[in-house]
Design a binder for this molecule. Structure first.
Ligand code: HMG
Ligand code: MG
Length: 298
């Protein structure tokens, strides 16, 4: 049977905005976070502590973390690829940090400028220092079903990096389809490998919707009992180092599907649609979310 409850992490402020060419004002980012928590999101990925030369949109990370109004019961996470990122992030008091590796060597090089092995060596002290500070560490594993530079990625390659991340103490494994090429059986095969090393409660899916497969893939994961997913309000986003990759699955679309399945998310879909309309308006475009558009047209 399917899970009765699902936790969604809205990664819109981070994954959604990181690839936007036009600078988005810090206050608009903070407002987006406010609207998401108003809608009932309990986990929000706020920003990333990466090089501003690589990802200029995230250069205001400290300001965004300062500007958000934190609500009890909501967890705020940030990306930290190395000690420099963690050291900058710690004073802003994130509830969780994310270290991000790839199942493909080529993507690791393009995204974080090092090999998979080097990335694990960089993450190890980050994980230790985060734990020392009482902060949970999520791991993201990019290109778990396909790589924009290498093509197919096998479950064996996924499992190899899952084990490396588990070996340095990463608490949670997010299986990511960076370029949205996954289809249900392939995604299940990758998930299975994560579930060999992490308990069900500590595995999540992160699906980009480039090929329109994300909802189907989430359903395939629900069938395995996975009940934790990343999604991005309004379907914003894309990775700067994965050409042509579009946004994450839209949070509105996921909530609509889960509502229809009778699965509780604690999210108010109308307020979520408003959050999507707000940020789409800031960006000067109509929401990518099909559900968002349909509900706005009502
Ligand atoms: P590097 O150039 O290899 O690092 O970058 P370095 O240690 O050689 O340092 C070079 C310069 O960067 C130095 O500055 C450092 O101070 C600075 P300079 O002396 O030249 O002025 N630097 C930093 N500045 C700020 N914050 C930092 C930091 N680290 C070094 N943390 C690095 C390595 C990882 C930093 C770089 O490659 C980078 O920032 N990459 C961007 C990665 C990124 O943000 N990608 C998108 C997010 S991941 C994603 O979207 C996938 C995900 O959604 C899952 C999925 O869909 O697959 C999570
Ligand atoms: Mg992503």
């Amino acid at each position: 049977s399917l899970p009765s409850r699902v936790t969604l992490v809205d990664v819109g402020p981070r994954d959604g905005l990181q690839n936007e060419k036009q600078p988005v004002a810090t206050e608009h980012k903070a407002r987006l976070v406010a609207l998401l928590q108003d809608a009932g999101l309990k986990e929000i990925e706020v920003t990333s502590f990466v090089s501003p030369k690589w990802v200029p949109q995230m250069a205001d990370n400290v300001d965004v973390m300062t500007a958000i109004e934190r609500r009890p019961g909501v967890r705020y996470s940030v990306l930290t690829p190395n000690m420099k990122g963690l050291e900058a992030a710690l004073p802003t008091k994130p509830d969780e940090i994310v270290v991000f590796a790839a199942a493909s060597e080529a993507f690791s090089q393009r995204n974080i400028n090092c090999s998979i092995a080097e990335s694990i060596a960089r993450f190890a002290p980050v994980v230790a220092a985060a734990h020392e500070a009482g902060i949970k560490v999520r791991g993201a594993l990019s290109c778990a079903v396909g790589c924009p530079y290498q093509g197919e990625v096998s479950p064996d390659e996924v499992e190899r990096v899952v084990k490396l991340m588990q070996g340095i103490g990463v608490d949670h494994m997010g299986v990511a389809d960076t370029i949205g090429v996954g289809t249900p059986k392939k995604v299940q095969a990758a998930m299975e490998r994560a579930l060999k090393h992490y308990p069900l409660v500590e595995v999540s899916g992160h699906f980009h919707d480039t090929y329109g497969q994300a909802l189907t893939n989430i359903y395939a994961c629900l069938e395995m009992g996975v009940h934790h997913f990343d999604a991005s309000v309004s379907g914003l986003g894309g990775c700067p180092y994965a050409k042509g990759a579009t946004g994450n699955v839209a949070t509105e679309d996921v909530v609509f599907m889960l509502n229809g399945l009778g699965i509780d998310t604690g999210i108010d879909i109308d307020k979520l649609v408003d959050a999507g309309a707000f940020i789409s308006n800031v960006l000067g475009r109509s929401p990518v979310s099909r559900v968002g558009r349909a509900l706005l047209a009502k």
